[in-house]
Design a protein around this ligand. Structure first.
Ligand code: AMP
Ligand code: MG
Length: 296
């Protein structure tokens, strides 16, 4: 998943082996979802694009189903078929580059979640060259899966973290303090979110993967309508019971911008903290008592 993952648990003897099994779950999912590995299930789907269906596991079907759901409710702001374009920008192989405008416009023909066909155990992409990139949702899915595993093992207190996509287990009274990064980098954090146990949180930011060319900053969250970096937000945090949903929604809201983003969060009962392009901080009503903002 190209990020650091960690599982911290508070448990009597045997806790360490449970944590290690959790790490294996991360690795197993990585193996299925990694587009940089030719044998992964997602690569199989991508390699067969426009030609035939790929038979895949339940995890791959589930994550794609969830991604399609978020695409629908975000009106396409979230779209895992953005891969054809993210690849051109070098956000997949890590060799960042500014593509030719004409090239981006052409590749947009391959971006449309409605061209993902899914059946009981098979996935097919409609057009040759379509390319799925799960970068915006895979961490959340993995965190949820590890969470479920720890629950079945009877773990009573834990924090699972995949590159800032976090879910916790704890008693009703336990509140977790999560720092929200300052996208400008001037401060370490803009404030602290008090997160109840059992909730998940995820953040998307323009500071995570980017490059600067001729004085212009280009980051990794692309607007599927234009193929260029979305420019209405600098950072978006989402709180939800599902880490999958928090992860995908933070990306979706980042693309939608503060106004429609806040509206979407409200509609599905998620919480959000949005830092817009002018560094204004917008907090959804349901998080107002939980987010403590640091004064300048
Ligand atoms: P996140 O950090 O969760 O917001 O995910 C960002 C990653 O998701 C990028 O590095 C791309 O791999 C992918 N991505 C970029 N734009 C989109 C989009 N509009 N919809 C879905 N995935 C995207
Ligand atoms: Mg995300």
């Amino acid at each position: 998943m190209d990020t650091l993952v960690s599982i911290e648990i508070k448990a009597p003897k045997g806790g360490e082996s449970i944590a290690n099994e959790g790490i294996k779950i991360f690795q197993d999912l990585q193996y299925k979802f990694d587009v940089n590995q030719d044998e992964s299930e997602i690569s199989k789907i991508n390699n067969y694009s426009g030609l035939k269906s790929a038979t895949v596991s339940g995890d791959t079907l589930n994550i794609i189903r969830k991604a399609l759901e978020i695409s629908k409710i975000s009106d396409g702001a979230f779209d895992i078929t953005i891969g054809a374009v993210t690849r051109e920008w070098g956000f997949i192989d890590g060799r960042y580059r500014l593509p030719e405008d004409r090239k981006i416009k052409n590749l947009l023909n391959l971006v449309d979640y409605r061209g993902i066909f899914i059946s009981d155990s098979e996935v097919k992409l409609k057009k040759r060259g379509m390319f799925i990139d799960l970068g915006a949702i895979a961490k959340g899915y993995a965190v949820d899966k590890v969470y479920e595993f720890l629950k079945t093992k009877g773990i009573k207190e834990a924090i699972i973290n995949a590159g800032g996509t976090i879910k916790t287990i704890g008693s009703n009274k336990k509140v977790w303090k999560i720092g929200i990064k300052d996208p400008t980098g001037k401060k370490e954090v803009i404030g602290i979110l008090n997160l109840e146990s059992g909730l998940a949180v995820a953040t998307s930011g323009d500071y995570e993967r980017y490059f600067i060319k001729d004085g212009v900053k280009y980051h990794h969250i692309l607007d599927p309508r234009t193929g260029y970096p979305a420019n209405l937000c600098r950072g978006v945090t989402v709180v939800s019971y599902s880490a999958t949903e928090a992860d995908a929604l933070s990306t979706a809201i980042f693309v939608l911008g503060p106004e429609s983003g806040l509206e979407l969060a409200k509609r599905i009962n998620a919480g959000t903290i949005i830092i817009d392009k002018n560094n204004n901080i917008i907090v959804s009503d349901n998080l107002k008592g939980k987010f403590v903002r640091y004064e300048n």
